[in-house]
Design a protein. Structure first.
Lengths: 327, 330, 314
């Protein structure tokens, strides 16, 4: 039983190290760390001295180890472009992204689940068809267009909501939140909807597909043959069995919502990590890119572990050690 | 004569597909008396499972009951509103499916599934239902039922699982059990046990059984009467000894003749040339006529009526006004 | 009744096609037919861009500043030409820009799909057939990559490429870098599906037999496994195309996509965004509309294809 958990932990560590290695390679080999610090006019000797002091001539393993050590402490060096420590930049922008991501994830999950279940159980109703059509459009519409569209309608034409930025935020320790001010809350509405929309449609379609699949199984047929009520079948049997595959994929989807925020943050001028990342790509600011990669990797790994844990709790087959792997 | 538990009259089941309307069951009629075991045999695709599904009202779109009547102990059930039909299921008709592994929800304990079924059809509380569930498990032969009742389905072996399925089907004391290939997915050694169990439990309770299978051995052992189905129709129905030993309908003859037995002195098994027609290409007249060695003109144009022959009913023109037709064929 | 030998094969093929589930399902779904026609139309228009476009939109010599901000269906004040979909700030004909832009978008999209497909299918085959450590590694990487949004991966690859390629060559290599970035961000789904199929096949007897005779693994994979996966791969490719087009549009919208000299629909949208608030809505609207219709049509086709090829739903 614990073997399963241990295995998950091991996988998580491997993935993290792999991601770290990619980040490190970017750091070390793409662009010239020396050149970006000293500029064009440095002499060869200056460069060599700097190389030495930066430890660039040591073995790769040593350098990687150093990188990991620094990363663990949150030290990613200095942003090429802004000249400030990357860790400071991340700290400043993390709350914005996390707040946005968490709210969007909640909205996507709640509505995705609800609508998914509804459209599965009431397959042929008019409302279901409307919802499915909208969801199809949702998958085909690029997120940035949704953002622009919402800005245009609600920000420009109707003037109900602000079109960029976070509004006023309140600082709680090193965290800043927009939830405590009205302008902050208003500023959250459109970005949250934009970010949640894509995820919502995905979750909804997944839940619907899974539930329809479950409704066709033998055990549901047998349950119906035993005369169990629709309520018992739909909300007890079918729902529980639907949750299993849904949990994995949904978990992973939501884990990547942080990264998905890149687009939303750009469109709404949201001062988060995603926007920072895009700018850093534009100017090839490697330390920031690497740091962002590590951050996203970390979120992914944590979410993955959480999903494994939930799976473990739901599926009795895993608990008794039976080797039943779903999918 | 006692009223039959189940009475099916001219049942028709259709499927609406892109290729048109497919008639999967075409005017099927039969009765089952209390305590009787009716075997329903035929090749895959003949419509045996579908008949059972139609009776219990579980046909899903694009299929639907297009005609006929189903009577359960004098009450008509095929036209009941959804909620009424649901109450009939489980309480008055129980069904056992083929694969015990997929019939049980893997995420729920046996106790939960049993208690839920019991409480749906009675007013028992949790404790009473649980006691009854343990009793049921004892009846179906599960050892140490008080302990094992809290296990999950995957913790049982195949044969044990099917016993649990039987317990679930009997939980609300139905008057009729429809067993759809109950032994096909089991090991041969376990098959006999399960069949004996079904027989014993139903005799004890006086429950009627509709046993759908393509395994003749099971039928010979267990059934009182047997109906042979072909292309959605019953071609012969009668006491099991008669049909198995002395089949009348050419198809039934072929079916029984194809069974190898130790007693047979024949060195060759009988083969029926050709195969059952697809649902969108059922021949006019008798559905079996293209493959029948004894077919004549009328077989190709008129669908045979049921003609009583000894103790059976046979749907074959060969048994109708024999003298004149035989002369025509000669 | 006798028929000439050459007649019979053709008849049966057409009859088989007409009678097939695929065609019946296609005809039955009117929306899909509309979607298919729309897609084909857009593709044709894009391909014929240089023939159809009234103006070579990106040749500065052809532009007349006085035409700037002409409304749709208005004549330009400078040149007197009819601007069917209006003109932008520099007097560029939006219709022409749209046609060229669509062509660029489709080109990038299709090329990246071909890249993703080749890479994904090959890796999937290798993973499924060879098995062992190779399989585990490939599949792990695929799994991890699938949980990161393609945008992120594409941006990363783009940034790294930018860092490696000297600045003066950025513009000339932009198209290739974009295709590479998008292509590499979308291979995993193919690999997963193909590997699953390969796994099923590799244990079958005929593969063992072929191996015994000495047929090379590659031939076995190509001959037997590939035909089995064409269906699902096709579905993935269609959806992939829609995603790739949107991905490219997003990248261009960010400003990290194609250069100004070869604008795609995304770039046009980025240009148009500035004018949204000042009232020249058409500069943003038409490229956006085209993008949406294109994405929708392709997605509908993919959806239909998936349902039609799914044996369980028949």
């Amino acid at each position: 039983m614990f073997g399963q958990l241990l295995r998950s932990l091991l996988q998580a560590t491997t993935v993290m190290i792999a991601v770290a290695f990619i980040a490190f390679s970017m750091f070390r080999y793409v662009g010239d760390p020396v050149a970006s610090i000293v500029g064009q006019d440095a002499t060869l000797k200056d460069r060599q001295e700097l190389s030495e002091s930066l430890g660039l001539n040591d073995s790769i393993v040593l350098q990687f180890g150093r990188f990991l050590g620094n990363a663990a402490q949150g030290d990613f060096g200095i942003s090429y472009r802004q000249g400030r420590p990357v860790s400071t930049l991340i700290k400043e922008r993390l709350p914005a992204t996390l707040e946005l991501a968490l709210l969007s994830a909640t909205v996507a999950l709640v509505f995705g689940l609800g609508l998914g279940i509804y459209t599965a159980l009431h397959r042929d109703s008019v409302l279901s068809n409307i919802i499915m059509s909208i969801s199809l459009i949702g998958v085909s519409l690029p997120t940035f267009l949704i953002g622009i569209g919402l800005i245009f309608i609600f920000g420009v034409k109707l003037r109900w909501l602000p079109t960029f930025g976070r509004g006023e935020t309140v600082a709680l320790g090193w965290w800043t939140t927009g939830l405590l001010t009205e302008s902050g809350r208003k500023s959250l509405v459109l970005p949250v909807i934009t970010l949640a929309f894509f995820q919502l449609t995905l979750i909804m379609r997944l839940v619907r597909a899974e539930m329809l699949e479950v409704m066709r199984t033998d055990y549901v047929r047998f349950a119906r043959a035993r005369g169990l009520t629709d309520r018992a079948i739909n909300y007890s049997h079918a729902l529980k069995n639907t949750m299993m595959p849904v949990v994995t994929i949904t978990g992973l989807q939501l884990g990547s919502i942080v990264a998905f925020a890149i687009v939303t943050e750009t469109v709404f001028n949201w001062p988060g990590l995603g926007a920072l990342f895009v700018k850093s790509v534009e100017v090839v600011d490697i330390p920031v890119m690497a740091a962002y990669l590590m951050f996203v990797g970390l979120v992914f790994v944590i979410v993955n572990l959480a999903v494994d844990l939930i799976y473990f709790l739901i599926d009795p087959r895993l608990r008794t050690g039976a080797t039943v792997k779903a999918q | 004569m006692t009223q039959p538990v189940l009475s099916v009259r001219n049942l028709e089941v259709e499927f609406v597909t892109r290729r048109g309307l497919l008639r999967a069951i075409d005017k099927v009629s039969f009765d089952i008396a209390p305590g009787e075991v009716l075997g329903v045999v035929g090749e895959s695709g003949a419509g045996k499972s579908l008949t059972g599904t139609a009776i219990i009202g579980l046909i899903d779109p694009p299929g639907r009951i297009a005609g006929g009547e189903v009577w359960l102990k004098g009450r008509r059930i095929d036209n009941l509103p959804k909620e009424e039909l649901r109450k009939v299921r489980g309480k008055r008709i129980g069904m056992i499916f083929q694969d015990p592994l997929t019939s049980l929800n893997p995420l729920f304990r046996i106790s939960e599934q049993l208690i839920e079924t019991i409480r749906t059809h009675s007013d028992m509380n949790e404790a009473q239902a649980r006691a009854r569930a343990v009793g049921l498990l004892t009846e179906v032969g599960i050892p140490a039922p008080e302990k094992r009742i809290d296990s999950y389905p995957h913790e049982f072996s195949g044969g044990m699982r099917q016993r649990v399925v039987i317990a679930l089907a009997l939980a609300a004391e139905p008057e009729l059990i429809i067993a759809d290939e109950p032994t096909t997915a089991l090991d041969v050694s376990v098959q006999a046990q399960i069949i004996t169990l079904i027989k014993k439990l139903c005799r004890e309770r006086g429950t009627a059984v509709m046993l759908v299978t393509h395994d003749m051995g099971v039928i010979a052992e267990t059934a009182d009467r047997v109906a042979v189905m072909y292309a959605g129709r019953i071609v012969e129905i009668g006491p099991v000894r008669d049909v198995v030993k002395h089949a009348k309908h050419p198809y039934a003859k072929g079916l029984m003749g194809a069974i190898p037995t130790l007693a047979t002195a024949e060195t060759r098994l009988l083969q029926i040339p050709g195969s059952m027609p697809r649902l969108n290409a059922i021949p006019a007249g008798c559905a079996f006529n293209p493959r029948c060695a004894e077919a004549f003109e009328r077989c190709r144009t008129d669908r045979p009526e049921y003609i009583p022959v000894e103790n059976s009913q046979v749907a074959c023109w060969l048994y109708d006004k024999r003298q004149t037709k035989r002369e025509v064929a000669a | 009744m006798t028929m000439a030998a050459s007649d019979t094969p053709r008849l049966t093929l057409r009859k088989r096609l007409n009678d097939s589930d695929l065609w019946l399902s296609f005809k039955a779904s009117k929306i899909t037919v509309v979607a298919a026609i729309t897609t084909v139309l857009i593709v044709m228009l894009a391909l014929l861009a240089n023939v159809l476009a009234p103006q070579d939109a990106f040749d500065p010599k052809m532009l007349n500043l006085m035409d700037g901000f002409a409304h749709p269906m208005e004549r330009g004040l400078g040149s007197g030409n009819l601007f069917v979909l209006g003109a932008d700030a520099q007097g560029r004909d939006m219709l022409s820009a749209l046609l060229y832009g669509t062509r660029v978008s489709l080109f990038v999209g299709l090329s990246s799909v071909i890249l993703s497909l080749s890479m994904g299918v090959s890796l999937g085959l290798i993973a499924g057939y060879v098995g062992g450590r190779t399989e585990t590694i490939i599949m792990r990487v695929a799994d991890v990559q699938l949980s990161f949004p393609a945008i992120l991966i594409a941006l990363l690859i783009f940034g790294v490429a930018r860092g490696i390629i000297p600045p003066n060559q950025h513009e000339s290599t932009a198209v290739f870098v974009i295709i590479l970035a998008i292509g590499l961000s979308n291979w995993a789904q193919y690999a997963r599906t193909v590997r699953a199929s390969a796994m099923v096949e590799r244990n079958k007897d005929y593969v063992h037999a072929a191996r015994l005779i000495g047929i090379k693994g590659f031939a076995i994979m190509a001959r037997h496994i590939l035909p089995n996966v064409t269906g699902p791969v096709l579905v993935i490719a269609t959806i992939n195309l829609a995603l790739a087009v949107i991905e490219e549009a997003t990248l261009s919208f960010f400003g990290v996509g194609l250069p100004v000299t070869q604008p795609s629909l995304g770039t046009l949208i980025r240009f148009g965004q500035q004018y949204l608030l000042s009232g020249e809505w058409w500069i943003l609207f038409f490229p956006a509309l085209t993008l949406v219709i294109l994405g929708l049509a392709i997605n509908l086709l993919g959806d239909w294809l998936r349902d039609a090829l799914n044996p369980k739903l028949r």
